[in-house]
Design a protein around this ligand. Sequence first.
Ligand SMILES: C[S@@+](CC[C@H](N)C(=O)[O-])C[C@H]1O[C@@H](n2cnc3c(N)ncnc32)[C@H](O)[C@@H]1O
Length: 250
Amino acid sequence: MTFERSKEIAHSVQRELIMYRDLLRDERTPASAKLFLGLARIQTTLGKTIRLLWNPEQDYQKTRRAGTKERWRLIQSRITGTSSLLDVGCSSGVMTALAAEVGLFAIGLDANWEVISDACKKSKPNLSLAYIHFVVTPQSVAALPVCDVVLCLSIYHQWHREFGHEGAQQILYILGTKARKRLFFEPASKQSRYGPKPPAFADSDERSIIDYNHGMLGALFGNENVEFLGATTASRSELVRYLFTIQMQP
Ligand SMILES: C[S@@+](CC[C@H](N)C(=O)[O-])C[C@H]1O[C@@H](n2cnc3c(N)ncnc32)[C@H](O)[C@@H]1O
């Protein structure tokens, strides 16, 4: 209740700011131009705060439609002959649903109940598809089921921020044991996403991001099993993210 009320208040402040800003724009005096700029800045900051507090990556895939299609195309090129898929941190479940639509038994899980319940509501009938609310931690990850394919896309940096390098590595390694045939991995391309002790690559520098992640995955799963699949469209702050796949050995 307090959560919803505070969200409403923030939105009404934002609407008022926009109204005053528009009034000032029509005045066309030097003083009003300065005030206009000031209000525009406050409005931008308030917008960012609202997104941060009330929409923390709530529906990531909505902001990455093109990139999600591109990623699915790359993933599909490597999953012939597989029959089950686990999508870890599935957000609104677009990728999980695409997997079910091509005939896989697909499970998506996410720590955010709102995106999971939204995914359930939108899911088409007659598919072998399930969405589960589940919070992955270095301890809880052991409970996940084994599937042919495991997706670990754009979530590793969040574990890195929360559990540090060791915790994130532990989760990733155990996820590898949950993948019978293939693990897909997509890291964030910006150091600031990883918390106080980020990995050693240079921001938005393609070569160093690919080399770092190839080496990191190689150390966990064997260099010969790691394949870089390509770059896909990400967001305004990170133009692209890089997709890797690891072929699991029987
Ligand atoms: C940036 S989104 C990526 C979504 C999707 N994998 C993709 O790449 O399109 C990260 C998602 O991971 C979820 N998440 C973050 N930490 C999690 C955790 N510890 N356990 C489960 N889900 C988590 C978030 O709620 C969010 O929906």
